[in-house]
Design a protein around this ligand. Structure first.
Ligand code: IPE
Ligand code: IPE
Ligand code: MG
Length: 232
């Protein structure tokens, strides 16, 4: 079976999972973050080289204040845990998104985590935080316009491969497979540039219930669909 080199996941359904158990939504988020850790290990064991998860979108700020606060608190702890797991599992961590809007302490943890794991050679793990695909493209376009203004690039040099260097995913191959859990079938502003040729897999499973068996099903689907560029 062909294993996708890069999988991207829209982890969705934490709130509904908690509701089914008559628990607060935040319990679902806490459980969801444990699932992320498990799936990182399983995916790497199965041969995945890059894993990108959507943890907090630019739109998620409009959730109730309590929930945003709880998610930020969870994120703080997650960054600390991730520092340990990345060294244990030789994982290289990168954060995608506009981190300038996050709290100072979270920013510090992000920089620490990226620096500490930069030389690791295992799974490349990307976490999208305060991420929006449109926002990423606009931030990239602004950086490119600055470079043009400074005379560092010419108009003719503005092409797809050069623009890619201004995106948060610089140097990371585009995802081969996108998974979205919880039955929703939308992109919700995730990786708009990078998903141009990606296969999409949707499952009704809620994210905290996602397992390696589910991952295997997604890979089977990917293998049945994997006929890129007209090849049969
Ligand atoms: C996904 O779960 C996690 C985040 C967006 C942070 P949701 O919180 O969207 O869960 P549902 O969709 O309400 O069930
Ligand atoms: C997408 O999930 C964002 C993340 C998983 C971080 P949402 O649950 O926030 O998306 P919508 O609002 O249902 O599209
Ligand atoms: Mg949701």
């Amino acid at each position: 079976m062909k294993i996708p080199e890069h999988i991207a996941i829209i982890l969705d359904g934490n709130g509904r999972w908690a509701k089914k158990k008559r628990m607060p939504r935040n319990y679902g988020h806490a459980q969801g973050s444990k699932t992320v850790e498990k799936i990182c290990e399983e995916a790497y064991r199965m041969g995945v080289k890059y894993l990108t998860v959507y943890a907090f979108s630019t739109e998620n700020w409009s959730r109730p204040r309590d929930e945003v606060d709880a998610l930020m608190k969870l994120l703080r702890n997650y960054m600390k845990d991730c520092l340990k797991t990345s060294s244990k599992n030789n994982m290289k961590v990168r954060i995608l998104g506009d981190i300038s809007k996050l709290g100072e302490d979270i920013k510090t943890s992000i920089i620490e985590l990226e620096e500490a794991s930069a030389e690791n050679t295992g799974l490349n793990f990307q976490v999208a935080l305060n991420y929006g695909g449109r926002d990423e493209i606009l931030r990239g376009a602004k950086k490119m316009a600055e470079a043009y203004k400074a005379g560092l690039i010419s108009l003719d040099e503005i092409d797809e491969s050069n623009f890619f260097r201004y995106l948060d995913t610089k140097g990371i191959p585009d995802p081969d497979l996108l998974i979205r859990t919880s039955g929703e079938q939308r992109i919700s502003n995730f990786l708009l540039w990078q998903l141009a040729y990606t296969e999409f897999y949707f499952t009704d499973t809620l994210w905290p219930d996602f397992t390696k068996e589910e991952l295997m099903k997604a890979f089977q689907y990917y293998n049945s669909r994997n006929r890129r560029f007209g090849a049969v």
